[in-house]
Design a protein around this ligand. Structure first.
Ligand code: PMP
Length: 450
């Protein structure tokens, strides 16, 4: 009988294929109707992504019936896991009343009030359907308020897909230029050249270099937008002093400081801005505030947010949107934030600390070079020996090994983001953290086989 020898590098993929025949069939058919078989580009991974069917708490089930322990929370949106009864109950009650109305609603007021009460810098807020739209409006507000047009953003920072920020999200080392004066590189085709020219790319965690670039461009700079924890680049927290310097220099030069807290809001009751003690002018929100339903928000100083007020005539910045502040997302968001108490956050953060510590141990003991980054319940695994303080430090990491780790974890019944980032939900407890670390420990020796 002929025995087929599968090279070690392909063994995880082979095992994955054997586990996921229904996903394979569904995905192949989807490719006929959707380019790449889906509508969210970062979710693709080879040979094909598992097609997901249902979720409960921290467990997901795919089309083949594989049960997966979930450490994605739909990429940090579901902070209480899938189908939290309190969130679903609020949604069911609202469904009976109606899904959308041509006028303001009370649930909108409740969520706005909760956000303004929690986040010290947010006097007023407006809702959108995504973080992308929230970013777009925050930048537009900054331009209108300052009368300037350029935008400063961090190299490796991701803020959704508005043209202004689809710049230098993942530049290659060859195109990125000098570390201290990064070049602005389009992150997509189809961007107008003028957009790229209007973006000032700043290095993360190098306060002096960033301050120099801001000072140099200040005559034209409307805003600097920054994630306090660089998310898609791999959960890299700002070091003490970096955000403080950005705050100081932007205030001196009348440039607005925008925090993108779409991902980092969960790190503290009042967002990462509370953790760092830095007060931005505007804040962009999304993901968890919608409790699993589409939602984004932007908010900040009243004198800036006033630009969106139509009650005195045509507003300086019109902000229409057929599904803006739809009551389903509002009630799901209210229920989610009510559950996200200071105690719940402290618990999440403790689990995050212990997970990062255990992961470091596991990689060290296996002799595989890694950097485990993160803050609170956000974490990432970087397969590199170089300390990770910015996007640049991640460029040389071993992407092939990371992919094998990802598939290996899937084969062990654990789902992580293929980019090596993860989040912990309140549905996860110590046993699940142990299970995750156990799965990593089971996969690591397999990665060393050659
Ligand atoms: N900002 C950050 C930090 C994000 O991670 C994302 C989404 N991954 C966005 C903005 C955009 O949000 P959305 O996907 O809702 O447009």
């Amino acid at each position: 009988m002929e025995t087929r020898v599968v090279p070690p590098a392909l063994r995880e993929e082979e095992a994955y294929r054997l586990r996921t025949p229904a996903s394979s069939r569904c995905f192949l058919e989807a490719r006929e109707y959707l380019p790449g078989g889906d509508s969210r580009s970062p979710l693709y991974y080879p040979p094909y992504p598992a097609v997901l069917d249902r979720g409960q708490g921290c467990w997901l089930i795919d089309l083949d019936g594989n049960t997966l322990l979930d450490f994605t929370g739909n990429h940090s949106s579901l902070i209480h896991g899938y189908g939290h009864p309190q969130v679903l109950d609020a949604v069911h009650r609202q469904l009976d009343k109606g899904t959308i109305f041509p006028g303001p609603t009370e649930p909108q007021l409740r969520l706005a009030k909760l956000l303004c009460e929690r986040i010290a810098s947010v006097d007023q807020v407006r809702f959108t359907n995504s973080g992308t739209e929230a970013t777009l409006n925050a930048i537009r507000a900054a331009r209108a308020f300052t009368g300037r047009h350029k935008v400063g953003k961090i190299e490796g920072g991701y803020h959704g897909t508005p043209d202004d920020v689809m710049v230098s999200t993942h530049p290659s080392i060859a195109e990125a230029g000098d570390r201290l004066r990064p070049r602005a590189r389009p992150a997509s085709r189809g961007l107008p050249p003028a957009t790229i020219d209007g973006v000032v790319v700043l290095p993360f965690n190098d306060a002096d270099a960033a301050a120099r670039l801001i000072e140099h461009e200040s005559d034209h700079l409307a805003a600097v937008i920054v994630e306090p924890v660089l998310g898609s680049a791999g959960m890299i927290p700002a070091e003490r002093g970096f955000l403080e310097t950005l705050r100081e220099v932007t205030r001196q030069l009348s440039v607005l400081l925008i925090f993108d807290e779409v991902v980092s809001l969960r790190t503290s009751f009042g967002g990462a801005q509370e953790h760092y003690g830095v007060r931005p002018d505007l804040t962009v929100l999304g993901k968890l505030i919608g409790g699993g339903f589409p939602l984004g928000a932007f908010g900040g100083r009243e004198e800036i947010m006033r630009l969106f007020d139509p009650s005195g005539g045509r507003p300086p910045i019109p902000h229409p949107g057929s599904y803006n502040a739809n009551p389903i997302s509002m009630v799901a968001g209210v229920a989610t934030l009510e559950l996200l108490t200071r105690d719940a956050i402290a618990h999440l953060n403790r689990l995050g600390e212990s997970l990062r510590r255990e992961l470091r141990l596991a990689f060290d003991e296996a002799g595989i070079a890694s950097q485990i980054t993160g803050l609170g319940s956000l974490f990432a695994i970087h397969l590199t020996s170089r300390p990770v303080r910015s996007y640049r430090d991640t460029i040389g990491a071993d992407a092939d090994l990371r992919h094998r780790l990802f598939l290996g974890l899937f084969n062990e019944g654990v789902l992580m983001d293929p980019r090596g980032v993860g989040t912990i939900s309140t549905a996860i407890g110590e046993p699940e953290v142990d299970q995750f670390v156990g799965a990593v420990r089971a996969v690591l020796p397999r990665l060393l086989e050659s």
